[in-house]
Design a binder for this molecule. Structure first.
Ligand SMILES: [Zn+2]
Ligand SMILES: [Zn+2]
Length: 175
């Protein structure tokens, strides 16, 4: 998806968002500087800024010293680029920060302060991946344990029949 040059309205407070140019990545990020301080990233922008080592000087400079309107973060939001209803999702498996995501165009909206919270969660992409993998293993592990218990239960129920079977097989082999 190419960088979006149209002015968009903030999905949280409806004010016009301002484009902040990020020279290191050559892209524009939309920030609600006259309203709530929220940031909108298109589907390829977010990955440049969500880790601690990545540079967000321009974003910090833009919001520095400003006071922003408080918005109700629990309200449903509409994607300012494509108009689809945004979905609230946790930014990581740590489940600490909830952001609004657009499944139609891949855009993400972060309320003021959420970007720094997300960046503080993991130092590197490896750490984030490791945490996701751990969650996956835990989930699979729980399912496997449940399966084991089920199998044992089945074996226990079947045991009288199995005894008979073993007995018959034993008799067979004697013949
Ligand atoms: Zn806003
Ligand atoms: Zn969208």
């Amino acid at each position: 998806m190419s960088d979006n040059f149209d002015t968009i309205k903030c999905p949280a407070c409806q004010k016009e968002m301002k484009k902040i140019f990020i020279p290191s990545e050559g892209i524009n990020v939309d920030i609600c500087l006259d309203g709530c301080g929220g940031i909108y990233f298109d589907n390829r922008e977010f990955k440049y800024f969500d880790e601690q080592h990545e540079n967000i000087d321009e974003i910090i400079k833009a919001v520095e010293g400003k006071t922003f309107e408080k918005t109700d973060e629990t309200l449903p939001r509409t994607c300012p680029v494509c108009g689809a209803r945004m979905v609230k999702n946790f930014a990581s498996v740590k489940k600490e920060v909830q952001i609004d995501e657009c499944y139609a165009c891949g855009g993400k909206f972060l309320d003021h302060g959420e970007l720094s919270k997300i960046r503080a969660q993991y130092k590197t992409e490896e750490e984030r991946t490791a945490d996701s993998m751990k969650l996956l293993y835990d989930t699979v592990g729980i399912k496997l344990k449940a399966l084991d218990a089920e199998r044992e239960e089945l074996a226990r129920k079947r045991s009288p029949l199995k005894k008979l079977f073993d007995h018959l097989v034993g008799m067979d082999s004697k013949i």
